[in-house]
Design a protein around this ligand. Sequence first.
Ligand code: CO8
Length: 264
Amino acid sequence: LEKDYEDIDVELVEKGTVGLIYLDRPKSLNALSDALMYEVVDACQIFDKMEEVGAIVITGRGKAFAAGADIKEMKDKTFQEAQKSRIFSHWNVLTAVRKPIIAAVNGFALGGGCELAMACDIILAGEKALFGQPEVKLGTIPGIGGTQRLIREVGKSRAMEMILTGEAFMNAQEAAQKGLVSRVVPGDNDALVAEAIQVAKSIAALSRPTIAMAKEAVNAAYELGLSEGIKREHSLFCSTFALEDQKEGMSAFVEKRDAQFKHR
Ligand code: CO8
């Protein structure tokens, strides 16, 4: 991890078990340039491969999580350039990361910033978090999952209001009520990031292969119908019985002791 990233900062915390990524272009409210997204994906892939890392936290420096794709970089693109835009392929790579990714959303999560948060596995919100899809105000529409994911999180009517007006931003409290975020963490930015790290640490203490299967099973709900999803879950559930860590976890329960997972 000895890389010199320009638009992000990375750290290993909690004895190397948690990979922490700061989006670090505060002057542009962490606008997601192609370069920044490339770095986010690169860091996630490195963390995904590092054995000691069990979960990843992404957060923003300054007053935003991310205020969207970089409008200055995007504005003169032709149709063809937009079509082959790398930001789109970066996204697919990000969703293939096997380890859990937690977004700690402090301030603005707009446009691509909201979409980035929704592409993560868990969102924790700070008190000042603000979610929105303002693309129509720029004459375009959400382009990296917003029209598909937001409706599943907050329902059609609320998603339509946000996407069609480009306003009607959602604050932290409402986001928690609607289930867009897991919960609101009281206090400042540091408290939010510390809490996200604690959640990541508790995931990292568990069996890596079990966690990867749990994430895969939940994500299948996004892609598949109920009966196909349940079949996928069942086959992943049965697969955990091939793991030493399942034997250890259940034996530890029966023997009334803490589990010592081998694969973590
Ligand atoms: N891109 C580039 N620069 C940005 C962006 C952005 N998305 N957002 C803010 N900035 C810059 C501003 O231009 C400004 O720079 P400068 O100091 O050089 O003028 C700096 O950040 C600070 O911003 P403001 O002065 O505007 O700060 P305010 O506190 O007054 O306002 C807002 C904050 C309300 C967040 C405001 O900055 C804003 O409305 N930003 C744009 C939000 C937006 O429209 N986001 C959607 C972008 S489109 C998108 O994400 C589509 C994704 C699909 C991509 C698909 C690819 C295939």
